[in-house]
Every structure is written in structure tokens, then in C-alpha cells.
Design a protein around this ligand. Structure first.
Ligand SMILES: Cc1cc2nc3c(=O)[nH]c(=O)nc-3n(C[C@H](O)[C@H](O)[C@H](O)COP(=O)(O)O)c2cc1C
Ligand code: SF4
Ligand code: SF4
Length: 346
């Protein structure tokens, strides 16, 4: 493989991790006299870039969502024109810190599926590299503490340098093969997330009583998933849960409706248990049908209750009650955004 003279780098980023990796690659490329151009997938029309220079190395960097690339990245890749370039796929995953160690996230089918799409278009995949940046999924866990965030940025900076050097030297880099077994094992969950889970998470957000209708979340959403309904942001099913809005709202007014989700879980489980009691004998437990029915009932109830929640949020007292059941409402939970180099470099 030849040393690349030019790099075209496409990235998608919700809370800045993938963007940060892109900036570091660009920094190392310019130190190696390689021309590196960065494009934000959410702002790029692929037609504007045509024709793509056949000599350039192409890099894609995107977070992993539900053990796959998010839909916006997959759409971009599936509409990418045919070509013969070398391509390196990178991702940012949910890294955590235990002492001096960085625990890895899970890539799932992100590299396998997009490599398949790109190979069919004629490209050669020359690398698949995951980076374990701080997890931004604060709907399911509290934000990492500042010290851990800085630690993970520092660690990843040197990891990016190591892998960039390898790529710039014209070598292949398939670090992701290390996790191949677990990535294949987890693939059914990635399918479940793509077909159902992401729609449920899209409906987990709401704006609490501190929202002042500034409209910033609507303006900044990379997939235009928020509408203003009755003077309150309303999350549509198109939301990709990238976490950008929640982590940039100046009023910290965007919450995850944990209370609604727990209530719905018990309600849907009860409905399904009752249905099975009516329809099937005790010894028949068709697991797949149960899961399918549960998903349908859960999603139907969620769509209805989300609308109702949106209406009743107008009432300050009910609004406060709903916030009370949202873990994101408590100070210790925090918010997450990737930090610039000036925030951690000594
Ligand atoms: C909805 C959602 C799903 C996620 N799923 C995964 C996952 O399957 N595996 C993983 O390692 N990290 C997962 N994460 C964590 C992010 O991929 C990770 O924090 C990433 O570095 C965020 O990058 P960004 O700041 O560029 O958006 C998920 C995050 C969100 C918000
Ligand atoms: S950014 Fe925050 S305060 Fe502004 S409209 Fe959205 S939720 Fe409301
Ligand atoms: S609504 Fe928020 S979480 Fe959903 S895609 Fe838009 S910015 Fe991301």
C-alpha cells in the first residue's frame, strides 16, 4: 500500500468525540505533510464532493449507536458513489475508566455492515479502528466525572497518534479484529436496536419546565428531529439519540423520561402476561412472539403516552412531578460534551 498524499475524512458526531478524533487525525496529517479535508456528514451533500479524487485515502469516523453506526452515517455510506479508493473505518465507542485502565465499548456490526456496503461499491477497506472515548449515553448512566473525561481524552490522543502513524506509513490497521467474536455475538441486539430500540429512545426526551423556547435544540439537531409543538420542543421518531441537544441546552432543560419508561415497562408486561394467559396454555412459552408482542404494545403505548406527557407538561406542578422521576434532573447525573485540547493538555 502507498503512503497517502491526501485524506478525505467524513465524520458524524453528537457530543464531539468523533469530531475530536477527526481533528487529531487532521493535526497529525498536517505534521506529516498530508493534505486532510474534513467533512461533517450532517452538513454534507455527497453530490457537492463529486468527483472524489481516486488517489485520496477516505476515512469515516462516527460514534457507535446500538452496536452499529447510527442511521445518518449508514445512509451516507449507502449513498456514497462507487470508487476504488482505500478506506479506513473508525468509530468512537463508550469508553469508561477504571483506575489507569480504559474499558472498551462494543462495536457490534458497525464495521462489518459498512465494510460490506463499501466493498460492493468497489472500495478496499484497509483499516477498522475503534477508539474508546468517554461514553455520552447519559440516558442510561450518569455523565463521567471531569477527571475521567480528561484521562480518556489524553489516552485517546496518543492512541490516535499511534494508529495515524501506521495509516500514514501506508500500512493496514485492523485493530477491530481483536473484538470480532463479541461483535458477531452481539449482532442480533444491533438488529433489534435498529428495528425498534432507536425509536423508543427517540421518544425518551422531553423539555422540562425550565425550557424557555430558545429553539437552539431545534436549530442544532443534525437530523431535524425536534419540532416546536404548543411552544414546547417535541421529539419525533426521527431522533437518533445522538445526545447533542441534551448536552448543549443552555437551560439543561432536556431530560430522559425514566419514570415514563419504567411505568410503561410494567404496563406492557402486564398486558402481555394477560394476553398470554388468555391465548396460550401454561406450558407454551413462545419467547420470540412474546418479545414481538411486547415491542408492539410498548411502542403503541409509548406513542400515545408521549403525546399526553407533552400536553400535561404545560402544567407546572405535573411538569415538576415528571422531572422528579427523571434521573437526568438530578445534579449528580450531569451532562457530557467532549472537551477541547486546551481543557486537558498540560
Ligand atoms: C443512543 C446511543 C447508543 C450507543 N450505543 C453504543 C454501543 O452500542 N456501543 C458503544 O461502545 N457505545 C455506544 N454509545 C456510546 C457512544 O458511541 C460514545 O460515547 C461515542 O464516543 C459518542 O461519540 P460522539 O461524541 O461523537 O457522538 C452509544 C451512545 C448513544 C447515545
Ligand atoms: S435548547 Fe433547551 S431551552 Fe432552548 S428550546 Fe431547546 S429545550 Fe428549550
Ligand atoms: S433530537 Fe437531540 S438527540 Fe435526537 S438527533 Fe437531534 S440532537 Fe440528537
Amino acid at each position: 500500500m502507498k503512503t497517502p498524499k491526501k485524506i478525505i475524512l467524513f465524520y458524524f458526531s453528537g457530543t464531539g468525540n468523533a469530531r475530536q478524533i477527526s481533528l487529531w487525525i487532521s493535526e497529525f496529517a498536517s505534521k506529516s505533510d498530508i493534505d486532510c479535508r474534513l467533512f461533517d456528514i450532517s452538513k454534507t451533500q455527497i453530490n457537492e464532493l463529486l468527483p472524489i479524487d481516486p488517489e485520496s485515502l477516505i476515512i469515516f469516523i462516527s460514534p457507535v449507536h446500538g452496536f452499529n453506526y447510527p442511521k445518518i452515517t449508514l445512509n451516507f455510506i449507502s449513498h456514497f458513489p462507487k470508487g476504488k479508493n482505500n478506506i479506513v473505518l473508525m468509530n468512537t465507542r463508550a469508553g469508561m475508566r477504571i483506575g489507569r485502565w480504559v474499558t472498551p465499548g462494543l462495536t457490534g456490526t458497525a464495521f462489518l455492515f459498512s465494510s460490506f456496503l463499501l466493498k460492493r461499491k468497489g472500495y478496499t477497506i484497509t483499516g477498522q479502528i475503534p477508539f474508546d472515548m468517554p461514553s455520552n449515553w447519559i440516558s442510561i448512566h450518569p455523565a463521567l466525572r471531569e477527571k475521567s473525561v480528561k484521562f480518556l481524552h489524553e489516552k485517546n490522543y496518543s492512541r490516535v497518534k499511534k494508529h495515524a502513524d501506521k495509516i500514514f506509513a501506508g500500512k493496514k490497521d485492523f485493530l477491530a479484529y481483536r473484538d470480532l467474536f463479541q461483535d458477531i455475538l452481539i449482532s442480533p441486539v444491533s438488529l433489534g436496536y435498529y428495528l425498534a430500540g432507536r425509536f423508543a429512545f427517540a421518544k425518551s426526551f422531553y423539555a422540562n419546565t425550565h425550557c424557555d423556547n430558545c429553539g437552539l435544540c431545534i436549530k442544532q439537531c443534525p437530523v431535524q428531529a425536534i419540532k416546536m409543538v404548543n411552544n414546547r420542543p417535541f421529539w419525533t421518531i426521527h431522533c437518533e439519540s445522538c445526545m447533542k441537544c441534551m448536552n448543549t441546552c443552555p437551560k439543561k432543560a432536556i431530560e430522559t423520561a425514566h419514570g415514563l419508561f419504567f411505568g410503561l415497562y410494567f404496563l406492557s408486561s402486564s398486558v402481555i402476561t394477560y394476553l398470554f394467559y388468555l391465548l396460550f396454555a401454561d406450558y407454551i412459552q413462545p419467547g420470540f412472539i412474546r418479545l414481538l408482542l411486547f415491542t408492539i404494545v410498548f411502542m403503541a403505548l409509548l406513542l400515545i403516552l408521549y403525546r399526553i406527557q407533552h400536553i400535561v407538561l404545560k402544567n407546572k406542578f405535573i411538569g415538576k412531578l415528571i422531572s422528579f422521576t427523571s434521573l437526568t434532573n438530578y445534579k449528580f447525573w450531569g451532562r457530557y460534551k467532549s472537551i477541547p485540547d486546551s481543557g486537558w493538555k498540560k
